[in-house]
Design a protein around this ligand. Structure first.
Ligand code: RRO
Length: 312
């Protein structure tokens, strides 16, 4: 089956790529993504300056394959590293490049966006409004006024189509209010739903210890345990943002969950925890599984079933 897609006006040979943060901090990581069967790749969220992030252990899978917890704390090489990567990227490779930016202030986001715009590259920006793990920095996605102000400054600077990475929302009123903000910005082309479910706590039963060190053990939850929250957010924004696209992320371990994300309305699907655990071979496997599901169900393209979840 044809699992190609178009995002923000750029063609992806298939809808799968990494969730920002996984396999994308260094050039070596990004090389693995380029060599994989992914349809695209996105870089680690960049700040203005390089960061080491939080103390380890700061990521662990959870027992039973239910997911993962992380409090990485935005370790990254600094935006100039990713700008340089973007300048040297082979855009003829058919795999478009996405760049995640997560400035610690609006002023930093302005400076980083201006630098990317000045370079006039065909890469696409995804602004991260949802990192849950920097001590003292609330997730901007939960402060709609601050997010609207940020978008009102950044959208005219970026000018071309761009996207934002959102935290999960859990209330219908919040879906309505957030969508009303996003609909004010014409060049906001896509929303990526969801970032990790913030500030979970994982405890080892035997040792009675938290599983990760930062923030007294609190960290973002990902993987299968967040699938249904992710599907709800994808579908809620797909319904509320006509003319915009949604990237689905959360709980994709096989072709089946990728299929469900598209049914909920996703135009592309990112993979985090499963990529971290399985490695880049996950892309070829999940692409094949999704294609097989489509053939079995009689769907030829993603448009045949995107957003077509049936309600009762
Ligand atoms: O680096 C992190 O701790 C991190 C980030 Br920036 C994010 O957006 N989401 C996440 O789960 N971890």
């Amino acid at each position: 089956a044809d699992i190609s897609t178009t995002l923000a006006g750029v063609k992806l040979p298939n809808l799968l790529f990494n969730a920002s943060g996984v396999c994308c901090q260094t050039e070596a990581d990004l090389k693995l993504m380029v060599e994989s069967e992914s349809g695209s790749l996105i870089t680690k969220s960049a700040t203005f300056e390089q960061r080491d992030g939080n103390p380890s252990p700061r990521y662990t899978p959870l027992p039973g394959g239910i997911g993962s917890i992380n409090s990485m704390g935005l370790p990254n090489e600094g935006y100039e590293y990713y700008l340089n990567y973007a300048k040297n990227y082979d855009y003829s490779s058919k795999k478009p490049l996405f760049i995640s930016l997560s400035g610690l202030s609006l002023a930093d986001n302005v400076k980083m966006c201006e630098a990317f715009v000045a370079a006039d590259l065909p890469c696409v920006l995804e602004i991260n409004y949802s990192c849950p793990n920097v001590p003292g920095k609330p997730q901007m996605g939960y402060d709609l006024e601050a997010m609207e102000h940020s978008l009102s400054v950044l959208a005219p600077i970026i000018k071309k189509p761009f996207g934002i990475k959102l935290p999960p929302y859990f209330d219908i009123a919040h879906f309505d209010q957030a969508a009303a903000v996003f609909n004010k910005f014409d060049n906001l082309a896509f929303v990526t739903c969801i970032n990790s479910v913030g500030n979970g706590l994982a405890i080892d039963f035997e040792t009675e210890e938290a599983l990760i060190k930062p923030k007294d053990g609190f960290g973002g939850l990902g993987g299968l345990m967040v699938l249904n929250t992710a599907l709800a957010n994808v579908n809620a924004f797909h319904r509320r943002l006509p003319g915009k696209q949604v990237i689905g992320v959360g709980g994709v371990v096989s072709g089946k969950e990728a299929f469900l994300h598209v049914l909920a309305g996703a135009s592309a699907v990112q993979i985090g925890t499963q990529l971290k655990e399985e490695g880049p071979g996950a892309f070829a496997r999940i692409a094949k599984e999704l294609s097989d599901i489509m053939v079995a169900k009689g769907y030829k393209t993603l448009e045949d079933f995107r957003g077509k979840v049936k309600t009762l």
